[in-house]
Design a protein around this ligand. Structure first.
Ligand SMILES: Nc1ncnc2c1ncn2[C@@H]1O[C@H](COP(=O)(O)OP(=O)(O)O)[C@@H](O)[C@H]1O
Ligand SMILES: [Mg+2]
Length: 248
């Protein structure tokens, strides 16, 4: 059984969080601690509860039980704008960019909610790195799916905060840009001490940048540790292969 033990200072401490949707127990009992300054991965088969966990932490869904402590404050059940103001940003599995606004307006609107003025400059640098600078005047909806994901990532960075949670940030993103995003995440982590929680199916990407991963299966954390070790544990192999079929 996995238990939540953190060595450093906890930035996010998720304690016994539960959530069900009608008869579906999406989060059974989630315990997870993310240390300040970490880059942490969260993997697990479809339906494991990864997105629901981000929704609960970021305030988009209220949990049925448990506690969420962020930066020493109890944020359980707080609405999204309060969680964001406390310093936790996120992206969505399906990007929630402002489709009818231009790329530049998307960045500026994220900046309106930012605490720090420099974030806009940081955002412009990232747009350049991701090759979106030439599309500044284009409406966001004209971008490819992968470019929309990159734009949303940049918006989260411009919005700022101590913790950024990314829900499948590289799905559909061009392979060259995936490498760049990995470098950008590492730079932001190193230079500004931004902590990242990254939900992602792309294991090479996760393995490249995450010091530690958590694995979810059927609404709980079933393993945690270094990527290579965790992927070899029986519970994890079963979670990916099992799919509830005990005979196979
Ligand atoms: N808003 C919702 N209403 C009803 N069921 C939901 C909702 N969100 C998630 N679920 C269900 O909760 C479970 C976990 O889903 P999700 O958190 O999206 O998993 P993951 O992101 O790991 O693929 C799934 O069975 C899913 O169908
Ligand atoms: Mg998901």
């Amino acid at each position: 059984m996995y238990s939540a033990i953190a060595m450093g200072r906890a930035l996010l401490d998720i304690q016994g969080v539960r959530k069900s949707f009608g008869g579906v127990l999406a989060l059974r009992n989630v315990n997870l601690v993310i240390e300040d300054g970490g880059i942490v991965g969260l993997i697990g088969p479809n339906g494991a509860g990864k997105t629901t966990l981000i929704n609960v932490v970021s305030g988009f869904i209220k949990p049925d039980g448990g506690r969420i402590i962020f930066d020493g404050r109890d944020i359980t059940g707080q609405p999204p704008h309060k969680v964001a103001r406390a310093g936790a940003s996120r992206t969505f599995q399906i990007p929630k960019i402002l489709r009818n606004l231009t790329v530049e307006e998307n960045i500026k609107s994220a900046h309106l909610m930012a605490e720090e003025v420099e974030n806009l400059e940081r955002g412009r640098r990232l747009l350049k790195i991701f090759g979106l600078e030439r599309l500044l005047e284009h409406p966001a909806k004209s971008l490819s799916g992968g470019q929309q994901k990159l734009l949303e990532f940049v918006r989260a960075v411009v919005h700022g905060g101590r913790l950024i949670m990314l829900d499948e940030p590289v799905g559909g993103v061009h392979p060259d840009m995936i490498g760049l995003m990995g470098e950008v995440i590492r730079d932001l982590n190193r230079e500004y001490n931004i902590t990242f929680l990254i939900v992602e199916h792309n294991i090479p990407f996760v393995s490249e940048i995450c010091g530690k991963i958590f694995v979810m299966g059927e609404g709980s954390v079933i393993a945690a540790g270094a990527v290579e070790e965790v992927l070899e544990t029986e519970a994890v192999i079963e979670a990916y292969l099992g799919g509830g079929d005990a005979s196979g």
